[in-house]
Design a protein around this ligand. Structure first.
Ligand SMILES: Nc1ncnc2c1ncn2[C@@H]1O[C@H](COP(=O)(O)OP(=O)(O)OP(=O)(O)O)[C@@H](O)[C@H]1O
Ligand SMILES: [Mg+2]
Length: 353
């Protein structure tokens, strides 16, 4: 599918100084975004950062209090109808009817958007199959698991292939397997020419899917760039090591400092060490290469490593790097970000959801 862009800029979304206030809370406080058509653009931020509010303005569900936003060249306020014809939205809202089955929901949406009964039924079947929901097709959506629910939401939002799809935290609360399924779906949607604006609290999700990322905090964009640019400002993550022999720890510390060129922390556990690995250094080595080089050095020195892991930087680490403070918990939805590591708390998320 080819997208027809409204302007020659090739931008699906362009905002300038976008503002939304609730009372004296500036939920979105002067946001400038430029989202190239045909890409996945990630908007990364903690609870209450203003992600949903921004998306709602772009999808014409909320009226901006200041600034401008264009979708494929159409003004979201003055040309709201034209914008609505090009976008679709899913995420933190109900888009399907809980009491209807998967099939009924999709067929109804097809009928509502002007398709024949037969075409709607066909499209519904096709989507349910593509999303692995064939077996659940005849079940009421209220009996779906979280992951199935997220998939039917996305299926509903791409029933008519939109030019621009907003996915608002599509995988929050999903287990790793369901997250992967949703990621595959997003990739498939983009391959068909749709532009995707994805909001997320997970750095690794933005990393997996997005070509550019804006980090927002308290309604403002605090960093923007390609994944590589963002990561090199943050560092690639942490290497955790557990040694066999506590006596060798000081030696291991020196070796790691030298090979990783990084700060090394001694954990309370007398066997454990943690080192931050930078990215994009002059030597051009990635975090994984550096970590394996360090392991090789330890082996050469005869220091036995019992346990080793290389973790992604958490959202907190991104915020620390960008703002010199951990991310604040401004949102009404609680503290599900706290002390989390983006790569390993899906279970907790599920419990919190
Ligand atoms: N309808 C509303 N009325 C009043 N305040 C609101 C409203 N919607 C959002 N807010 C406030 O605006 C700020 C931004 O909220 P928003 O929902 O956009 O954050 P978010 O980044 O989507 O967070 P989350 O990750 O928790 O979904 C918050 O302080 C929130 O309390
Ligand atoms: Mg939100």
């Amino acid at each position: 599918m080819t997208n027809q862009t409204g302007r020659s800029t090739g931008l699906a979304i362009e905002t300038a100084g976008l503002v939304k206030t609730f009372g004296d809370n500036r939920a979105v406080d002067g946001v400038d975004l430029r989202v190239p058509a045909g890409t996945v653009y990630g908007v990364l931020g903690p609870n209450g950062a203003g992600k949903t509010t921004a998306v709602k303005m772009l999808a014409t569900l909320l009226r901006p209090d200041g600034g401008e936003a264009h979708i494929f060249g159409h003004d979201v306020v003055r040309e709201a109808d034209a914008v609505r014809g090009r976008v679709s939205l899913t995420g933190q809202y109900a888009s399907v009817d809980e009491d209807l089955t998967g099939t009924e929901n999709l067929v109804l949406l097809g009928r509502l958007t002007g398709h024949s009964k037969r075409a709607s039924a066909q499209r519904a079947e096709q989507l349910l199959e593509a999303f692995g929901l064939t077996e659940a097709a005849a079940r009421q959506v209220k009996n779906y698991s979280g992951g199935m629910r997220r998939r039917i939401d996305i299926a509903a939002s791409i029933l008519n292939t939109p030019d621009l799809l907003f996915l608002d935290e599509p995988t929050t609360g999903l287990d790793p397997r369901s997250r992967n399924q949703v990621w595959d779906i997003v990739r498939a949607v983009v391959a068909q020419g749709t532009t995707v604006l994805l909001t997320t609290q997970y750095l690794d999700e933005a990393d997996q899917l997005a070509s550019r990322i804006a980090v927002i905090d308290k309604g403002r964009v605090i960093a923007e760039g390609t994944k590589g640019e963002l990561k090199s400002s943050v560092g690639a993550g942490a290497v955790h090591l557990r040694l066999r022999d506590p006596e060798r720890r000081p030696e291991a510390e020196q070796l790691l400092k030298a090979t990783l060129d990084a700060e090394v922390q001694l954990e309370a556990d007398p066997l454990a060490l943690t080192a931050r690995v930078g990215n994009g250094d002059a030597d051009g080595l990635g975090a994984t290469e550096k970590a394996s080089r360090a392991l090789a050095e330890l082996a050469r020195a005869g220091i036995t490593v019992d346990n080793f892991s290389l973790g992604q930087p958490s959202l907190d680490e991104v915020f620390l790097a960008l703002t010199d403070r951990p991310n604040s918990q401004g949102g009404a939805t609680g503290t599900r970000n706290e002390e989390r590591n983006a790569t390993r708390t899906d279970k907790q998320e599920e419990a919190a959801a």
